[in-house]
Design a protein around this ligand. Structure first.
Ligand SMILES: [Fe+2]
Ligand SMILES: [Fe+2]
Length: 183
């Protein structure tokens, strides 16, 4: 039977590398050792385009839809929890962006807002990805019938064709660049 979740497990690994950077740099902001506010705007860009519009869209438009079509209820189920997490993540990201933009423009006192929301996002995403990798995706592999899978893989291909050819490469390089810089 064709695997319909591994592609997203792989994407989680890059997302978790950005989450680790967000955690590392939030700790440094708190210690007064990090003032590269552009990092937080780049993290927002990564989260919005790679983690959300690209990765979460595959989940919401294809995987979750397939699970619901095959018997999983939309409410009171892991899918409802995952949808709520995606929305909560978007709210944290909006607050990080607003505060990082102010900090970049020279407004003082934004550090605590950036750190609180960046950490809120990081904790949420770690928990979220853990649930998907260990509960929801294995459940999907166990329950989705083989005849729905080819169409799901085609939908993933369409999602990948809808972004620029260097999309994943560009965001991988962004992560690598910040991993390579010590502050
Ligand atoms: Fe998700
Ligand atoms: Fe995910």
């Amino acid at each position: 039977m064709e695997d319909v979740t591994n592609v997203m497990v792989v994407e989680h690994k890059l997302i978790l590398r950005m989450v680790a950077l967000v955690e590392r740099n939030s700790a440094l902001v708190e210690e007064g050792k990090f003032t590269d506010w552009q990092f937080f705007l780049d993290a927002v860009d990564f989260i919005r385009h790679y983690a959300d519009r690209f990765h979460h869209a595959k989940e919401e438009d294809t995987l979750f839809t397939a699970l619901m079509a095959n018997g999983m209820p939309e409410t009171g189920s892991p899918i409802e929890a995952m949808h709520i997490h995606h929305e909560q993540g978007r709210a944290f990201v909006r607050d990080v962006e607003a505060a990082a933009k102010k900090a970049l423009a020279g407004e003082t006192g934004q550090e605590a807002i950036i750190v609180e929301n960046a950490r809120g996002y990081a904790a949420l995403l770690r928990e979220h990805i853990h649930t998907e990798d260990n509960i929801l995706y294995p459940l999907a592999e166990k329950t989705l019938p083989s005849d729905v899978r080819p169409a799901m893989l085609k939908a993933y291909d369409r999602a990948e064709a809808a972004v620029p050819a260097d999309f994943t490469d560009r965001y991988t390089k962004m992560v690598e660049g910040y991993e390579g810089s010590s502050t």
